[in-house]
Design a protein around this ligand. Structure first.
Ligand SMILES: [Zn+2]
Ligand SMILES: [Zn+2]
Length: 303
């Protein structure tokens, strides 16, 4: 699994940072979270590819999080995308996309399915992962997302079953599914030849929000939390006024949620560099990093 930060600035782009967008690549699929204006340049720079299996999730309808989707759709069409694209967001997203596509006379080369999210809970459930959402607290309706990979079965001790003389086939399957088997007059316990389930990875993505207890619960035990850190804590008043979070608040919610690693993002254009924000967050949470445009993070399975 890999995360590529495509845009890490809030509200306005800077020389160094584009508007919000994050690409999460896993098992050949791209999950794109937010698409601020101009994000497609970093999308191309990152070499992600315009015709891959892909889903898009939008946190809220502020321009710096969704306007880039139009340009991305158009570029994908110009490059001849032929794979269906699934887009998820609040009711206004569908309205925004359909109206703009009508006015601009988009000719899409691929099918787009726009899914409207009305409440909280599971948004997408696939064979090996799900994505759910939770209400955020912003100046307009906004949601945060969380990806949970399902636990994988434990490792099968092939050597042990071979040693016990068990023939390959259905009996292997039964053991792997957790069933004990009778063989050669004795019992072979599944637990003796199959290790404990291996935990899937859990990723939280805040979008724009004030910190809330509800979100602390929603992000519980994430391996990675990408959380907005628009301001340093000396600007708490502005953060409250504009419904954003400070780096201190990002670290506090990460600690409360027992998150393993916190990535700060969505920085106000006033910060040329982010060391002040990282330091104040590190005073609270032991594992914090700032994001930059095109920063890439590989996330191995946790052991
Ligand atoms: Zn924003
Ligand atoms: Zn916003």
């Amino acid at each position: 699994m890999r995360i590529v930060f495509l845009g890490t600035s809030s509200a306005v782009p800077t020389v160094q940072r584009g508007l919000s967008s994050l690409a999460l690549l896993r098992d050949g699929e791209l999950l794109l979270f937010d698409a601020g204006e101009g994000m497609q340049r970093n999308f191309i720079k990152a070499g992600i590819g315009m015709n891959r299996k892909m889903k898009v999730f939008i946190t809220h309808m502020h321009a710096d999080h969704c306007v880039g989707l139009l340009g991305l759709l158009q570029t994908m069409s110009l490059l001849g995308r032929d794979k269906r694209l699934d887009i998820y967001g609040q009711p206004r997203l569908k309205e925004f996309l359909l109206e703009n596509m009508r006015i601009i006379s988009f000719g899409l080369t691929f099918e787009v399915a726009i899914h409207t999210i009305e409440g909280e809970g599971v948004v997408v459930k696939e064979e090996d992962y799900c994505i759910s959402c939770c209400e955020a607290k912003h100046s307009i309706p906004a949601i945060s997302y969380r990806l949970d990979e399902f636990d994988r079965p434990g490792l099968f001790d092939l050597e042990a079953v071979k040693k016990a003389g068990i023939p390959e086939g259905e009996l292997y399957g039964q053991l792997q599914r957790g069933q004990d088997i009778e063989y050669n007059g004795g019992t072979i316990k599944s637990a003796d030849v199959v290790g404990p389930p291996r935990p899937g990875r859990k990723i939280g993505i805040s979008g724009d929000t004030r910190p809330t207890d509800k979100l602390a619960g929603f992000f519980d035990s994430c391996d990675i939390l990408v959380y907005e850190s628009t301001y340093s804590h000396d600007k708490l008043e502005i953060a409250i006024e504009t419904f954003h979070s400070t780096a201190t608040e990002a670290a506090t919610i990460a600690k409360k949620a027992r998150v393993k690693k916190l990535y700060l993002t969505h920085f106000s254009a006033r910060y040329d560099e982010t060391s002040q924000l990282v330091s104040e967050a590190q005073a609270i949470h032991g594992n914090v990093e700032a994001t930059d445009d095109l920063k890439t993070v590989d996330i191995p399975y946790q052991t």
